[in-house]
Design a protein around this ligand. Sequence first.
Ligand code: ADP
Length: 445
Amino acid sequence: MTLFPDTPAFSTASMLRRDQWLIRLRWFAALGLFLGVVLLKTIKLGPPTSIFWMGVAVGVLILLNLVYLIFASDKMRLEMPKLVILLNVQMVMDLLVLTLLVYLTGSEESPLTFFYVFHIILASIIFPGGFSYLYSMLVIILYSSLLLMEHSIYVDHICFFHEIHLADDIRIVIAIWFIVVVTMTVSAYLAQSVTERHRRVREKLEIANQKLQEINQTKTTFFRYASHEMKSPVATVQSTLMVIDDVLGEKIDDRVKDMVRRAISRTKEMIEMLKDLADLTYGNFQERQKFEELDLNAFLAELVSDAQPNIDRKNQIISYQAPEMPCKYFGDSNALNKIFVNLISNAIRYTQDQGEIKVVLKQNSRGYLVVVSDNGSGIPDSEQVNIFKEFYRTPSARKQISEGTGLGLAIVMRMVELHDGSIQVESREGYGSKFTITLPIEENL
Ligand code: ADP
């Protein structure tokens, strides 16, 4: 068993993050101690020389933290063992400074003794199992040595809060020492078991998540492969049926002709479904994603004008409203195409003849909003949570419009997520629907 398990929790990157966290925490500790020193000086509590040396100790802590910070960029190049040694050096130096502060504030009388617990908790968070016990041992050694030294002739006790010297009564000293030792050991045990349990759960979740991703990838590959491979034979069947319909249409009897036409329409539906299935997997493969800079304004204007023939067929009106300037956006034009073609075609399909469809593009500080609205059939409240699910079609849609796979909005959702965006629907049955897409702008643009 190695001291540092080879898990994401103990990778070089996570140790570096912990190092930065420790440096940040130390700034807060130094600030708190500095304020404490100022307060003690103001209310004139404690001997002035002690307060002076406490100030010096805080200064040392700040200096040390500056050194750690300055060398932080060099640490990026360090290998794991050296990084661990550096982190331990920091923790031990902190403990030495704290022991000095404990001494200056009265040793066994010092309330700062409680701060040792923070170090033990920190050790259990930063290092793997066992380290918190090592640190609790170190704390006990440092604290015991301090008390022993005070009972020797080399170090004088500092009466910080009052003139009565607790250290005169050895029974009190032993009682306090015992309580400190128990507190440190129990803290080490508690901190250790809580963090270990948390780590184990996290690792299990990470493994489960990885497995799920693999399963999802296999499923996606299967969908892509199956839809791609099935499209050409179905297309061949469809064109053969069309040829039969064209060439023999007049010669075959009406019953057969009707069957051939129904078969053609079925193959058409099937090709649509296969196309949608392929679209659903789009973006799951790195090599197919192509982000590029484009003008969202011109892009949408073109899609709206492409929709005109379908709009005319239903005598509908479509309008497009946008700022009068190019709207730069970094996105995947193929995926964006799928989003807006699906939304506009839904709006056309689920809106009665002479209905009205509006596409609006707005810009705000976070990115773009694209609203596609219509005054069509609308979606009942109870159905709105389901419409983004794969293969879901509302019962009224099934009844009124036979064509449709129930995959359109699921595709839209995936493509929006690919752009870190979001989609919202507002709708009232009988009055129309409004789909709002938010596309955040990449910060590095
Ligand atoms: P499809 O249109 O193939 O049924 P979608 O995933 O695109 O599948 O849409 C799912 C369901 O959401 C549709 O069946 C329809 O009931 C509803 N829907 C989507 N867009 C609209 C809209 N603009 N107006 C009314 N209902 C809509």
